[in-house]
Design a protein around this ligand. Structure first.
Ligand code: IVH
Length: 705
């Protein structure tokens, strides 16, 4: 994916003569413009975001040192459009979730054991489908009464892109299904490119002087995400169906049955799909397919095992974003050796200093890698990783490449142990590792202490604030925030909401700047306006308080109802206070969060910023739990021997209905579900006057018959 940026070891800008600076600036201009074109127009970036950022940074530094270079044509005056704005958005009525991964035989055995335990199926028959895991991109095809009406990419799982026109050019995907047609059937599967077509496409690209695709998956993704369906039509894409989303009815009661039905409707289903009755059989098939891998003609990155019985799939349900009833068994991660040319320190939103390895580009599993994560200071020290070392890089699936080993025998003479900086490379403030007062343990992360003065932290905080799961301001992505920050137009979150007013008095106006037309400015301001009303949980999350992720933000919003009560309590939550205790006692929220909240609200600067923000925006109550069930928000205790459910299953089910499951009966309990043999908990419930129901009544109450 990445190529070495041209400025690998540049001289400091101050040492350049004006002539040298001009020449380098011109060279960088060409290079960055070419990358922008590849990224925005051709969907085929050839360098990593970090390398791109480095080029931009150097370009800006040159302009800062030699202001005469910052002409109207300068790229610092342009902001690219979000590539995803090209396609209309499609909301998935049934989310497109991902799969948990396993790598070893034991993990496969654990998976089978876990499924059995969850279902309380000690030795009964339990069947799994075995499917190859196609390495392409997933796509959801919506058929209504047998006609293809819409096709969407996965996107973030909840919202994807409308690629209907492009999917219609894929020969293998029928426009009309054969046989008797359901009202609605969303077919899910993988779009991919064969090895042969990939090679031919790259040959054509090369001939035309265009960028080559790194692997068939990128080629398939780039081809499907083309604005011009004619281009997609010229790129041979294929499809394998492996599942479904919304369906008015299902044609079978098993996974394999549905896949066979899909095949009979005219959809391609992978011919290697089969059934297994045990972990041993699954592993035997896995090994067989591993040996066939190279001759299949298309990329697979592992296999998928799924519980075949759909009723059991439903009982098993999901944990966070992955099904409990399926797992991906991936092929081992691929490795390669290369040279570590530098270690760079990135500064995050909370000041965390993260080391990143810059590598001599190397191909690992079909992708060019030139960066790897180094996690933290201790990781570098434990492995004694030094600049100049030959290292083993590993890439597993979509995970960021890692350095797993240092080849000490190849270490260059004079290589010194890496000295992790003790001052922030961006703002010069001291960078410290906190020590936990109670445990005496030193935090793995070193943090910049200059949260008020550090530009890196300010920019990262703004990025978080505007991001999709926080305030979700479309058109205000990372690049745009950097631009507005660098230009001094947005320095704090509240500045976002005063931008339009201030911009009216600016000269030149934003729309007059290169890369920012009338429409994009109008769209950006409209997107900002649209967020002046925001659910309180999103706002809490957007503030970026340490340890307060989306889930905790929801818990806090649910508990406090409105923002002011949270703020009052958190401000008063000094150690040992009642307020601290109140936060501590919120379900799922612990002392670490309570302390972080107190620290955050104790900071006058944060108070001021919140006041400024609340002058601009209106907070709305948190949207109700999606599933309006009679047990939503209730605390439930299960006790005694349950007959229809295992304990794990009962818990998962209750959580699915929005209830919270506790282990013991207390004043906070709303409902006790008791089976035969329930003892002390039942007694306690009676004492406290808490409602007790049977397992059957639980099923009735939750609308499960
Ligand atoms: S099932 C909820 N089956 O792998 C179940 N996925 O790592 C979701 N994939 O996003 C997926 N072959 O793009 C499933 N036979 C198969 C698959 C498969 C490839 C992809 C798919 C998914 C990703 C999850």
């Amino acid at each position: 994916m990445t190529k070495k940026p041209s400025h690998a070891h540049p001289a400091p800008v101050e040492q350049l003569t004006p002539l040298e600076a001009r020449a380098e600036h011109a060279r960088l201009h060409e290079e960055i413009a070419a990358h922008d074109r590849r990224y925005y127009q051709e969907d085929a970036p050839t360098i990593s975001d970090a390398d791109y950022d480095a080029l931009r940074l150097r370009y800006q530094e040159l302009e800062r040192a030699f202001p005469e270079l910052a002409t109207a044509e300068s790229l610092t005056k342009t902001v690219g459009a979000r590539p995803s704005e090209k396609f209309a958005k499609v909301k998935h009525t049934v989310p497109m979730l991902s799969l948990g991964n396993v790598f070893s035989d034991e993990e496969v055995e654990d998976f089978v054991a876990r499924v059995r335990r969850f279902l309380n199926l000690r030795d009964g028959a339990l069947r799994f489908t075995f499917e190859p895991k196609i390495d392409g991109l997933s796509c959801s095809l919506r058929y209504e009464k047998g006609r293809l009406v819409q096709a969407a990419t996965r996107g973030d799982g909840y919202e994807g892109e409308d690629v209907t026109a492009n999917i219609r050019t894929v020969d293998e995907i029928p426009q009309r299904l054969r046989g008797d047609n359901l009202d609605v059937l969303e077919v899910r599967g993988e779009v991919y490119m064969t090895h042969r077509d990939f090679a031919a496409l790259n040959a054509r690209q090369k001939e035309a002087g265009k960028t080559l695709f790194a692997n068939p998956r990128n080629a398939a993704a780039g081809s499907l995400r083309q604005l011009d369906p004619k281009i997609t039509a010229s790129r041979p894409l294929h499809f394998f169906a492996y599942g479904w989303g919304e369906a008015s009815a299902l044609p079978a009661k098993t996974q394999l049955g549905v896949l066979e039905a899909l095949r009979s409707y005219g959809l391609p289903v992978n011919p290697l799909t089969t059934l297994c009755d045990s972990a041993e059989e699954m592993l035997a098939h896995y090994r067989a397919i591993e040996t066939q891998r190279a001759t299949l003609g298309y990329d697979i990155d592992g296999v998928v095992y799924k519980v075949d019985d759909i009723a059991l799939q439903e009982r098993l349900g999901f944990v966070s974003r992955a099904p409990r009833w399926a797992v991906a068994h991936k092929f081992p991660a691929e490795r390669a050796t290369t040279i570590l040319s530098d270690i760079e320190i990135q500064v995050g939103r909370t000041g965390a200093l993260t080391p990143v390895a810059r590598l001599e580009p190397v191909t690992v599993g079909g992708v060019v890698v030139s960066n790897a994560t180094l996690h933290n200071e201790d990781y570098i020290e434990d492995k004694d990783i030094r600049i100049g070392d030959t290292v083993v890089v590993q890439r597993a699936g979509d995970v960021i490449p890692q350095i797993v080993e240092v080849m000490k025998e190849r270490r260059p003479h004079g290589a010194k142990p890496y000295a992790f900086p003790h001052i922030c490379p961006r703002c010069g403030s001291a960078a410290l590792r906190e020590i936990d007062e109670k445990t005496g343990k030193t935090d793995a992360v070193r943090r910049c202490t200059g949260s008020l003065v550090c530009p890196a932290q300010a920019i990262e905080r703004l990025k978080h604030f505007a991001s999709r799961n926080a305030m979700d301001i479309e058109g205000l992505g990372d690049k745009q925030i950097e631009f507005f920050y660098d230009e001094g137009m947005i320095r704090t979150a509240s500045d976002i909401f005063t931008l339009a007013k201030r911009e009216a008095h600016m000269s030149p106006r934003l729309a007059e700047r290169e890369g920012y037309g009338e429409t994009s400015v109008r769209n950006l301001f409209a997107a900002i306006e649209a967020r002046r009303k925001i659910p309180v949980n999103r706002f809490i999350y957007a503030l970026g308080v340490r340890h307060v992720g989306e889930t905790n933000a929801r818990r806090l919003a649910r508990h406090f109802g409105d923002f002011e009560s949270l703020r009052e309590t958190a401000s008063a939550a000094a150690p040992g206070s009642d307020a601290r205790e109140r936060i501590n006692s919120i379900d799922g929220v612990g002392p670490v969060v309570a302390e972080a909240l107190h620290d955050f609200f104790a900071e006058p600067h944060n108070e001021r910023e919140i006041d400024a923000l609340l002058k601009q925006i209106t907070l709305e109550p948190m949207p109700a739990v999606a599933l309006a069930s009679p047990v939503a928000g209730k605390t439930v205790v299960f006790t005694g021997a349950l007959e229809r459910l295992t304990r794990d299953e009962a818990k998962a089910q209750a959580e699915r209905f929005g209830a919270h499951v506790a282990g013991s009966v207390s004043k906070k309990t709303d409902l006790v579900v008791a089976g035969p043999g329930a003892g002390s908990k039942l007694k306690k419930a009676a004492e406290l006057g808490i409602e007790v129901i049977s397992e059957d009544e639980w099923f009735a109450r939750t609308g499960q018959g």
